[in-house]
Design a protein around this ligand. Sequence first.
Ligand code: ADP
Ligand code: GN1
Ligand code: MG
Length: 372
Amino acid sequence: MAQAEQTLQEVLEAFDFGAPVVGAIRYGCGHINDTFVVHTQPADACCRRFILQRMSSAAFKRPDQLMENIIGVTEFLGREIEKRGGDRSREAMRVIRPKSGADFYTDSQGGAWRLYPFVEGTICYQTADTPELFAASGRAFGRFQQLLRDYPAETLYETIPRFHDTEDRLAKFKAALAADKLGRAKNCQPETGFVLAREQDCSVALNALREGKLPLRVTHNDTKLNNVLMDEATGEGICIIDLDTVMPGLVIYDFGDSIRFGANHSAEDERDLSKVNLDVDLFAAYTAAFLAGTGGSLTDEEIAYLPWGAKLMTLECGMRFLTDFLEGDTYFHTSRENQNLDRCRTQFKLVGDMEARWAELEAITGRYRKQQ
Ligand code: ADP
Ligand code: GN1
Ligand code: MG
């Protein structure tokens, strides 16, 4: 039994669920945290559900700082949503503190746990089957960006230092390749060559930031389709979840990571690469919706760099999967052999597609520049 299951009973007792707990089971498709859904049975109402998570100690070294960020951000979002006449209980996450009153619970093994209400009446999709669905996620992530526009960025901790620093990701990949501690480098030579041929690319966004062309904003940094809950009734993206990496970043990262994950019709670990193809119509649908969601607040330079956001997030993520493969699959959850290598291959296939269709991507985003 995994460690998380072993300590579950202790953790359940640390929180007040307001009704007897009738079960807790693993939930969702996240790669990072251990997520459980907890069912409770109030005496005079239907079952109430909660999301209980053990935060990944591999990813997050300071759960205290992480939770301070999340509490600050969720409370801020709740107030902004209320100001706009929204329903904060469905549109914003809410942290439920343990009985101790602390921000999270630390179990006897040192694991850090947090609790949220389950946002009912929503669906979490793993692939964007229609442009409408993908557009709805884009509006939601764009709106998220807008809602946090005035968040005091200087109060946010960097929960994972240099998270989207692609130059640093490249350096970490090279170090893992040189160490090759499991002898796996021989199994990924084409992928290694793919990265090394694109070393210069890894500096494009960072150079633009250093040159003052792209501003730092408060960004989500992990804008996968399965990090937005869609309203079952309306199909709109209502609640952005997985706030672990809300930090100062570039808006092109948020745009790009959504494209990486969602602008194709295959799973991230698909083994048949003939099924992995960039869908430019989905790219176009997302672009329009994301920019509308941000309220037209992006600068022309930011819009110009959107295709780079897509390519860099995809290249970077592929490099991260490859690094984890070389290091023995210690960061991303895996459920089968070579899964991280398969994930890396889908990412690089998509990077290749983006390169081949670069002019089309630039033409799509270029339409939204104010100065033509
Ligand atoms: P990870 O960092 O591991 O991806 P997430 O915070 O994204 O963890 O949670 C994993 C999954 O759990 C999500 O993709 C979603 O399906 C589900 N989930 C998380 N929070 C909620 C919530 N408050 N209400 C409903 N479902 C949720
Ligand atoms: C992880 O937490 P999750 O599963 O939404 C990862 C992202 C990667 C993604 C790849 C904190 O996202 O950065 O892009 O997997 N999150 C963290 O699917 O590392
Ligand atoms: Mg997630």
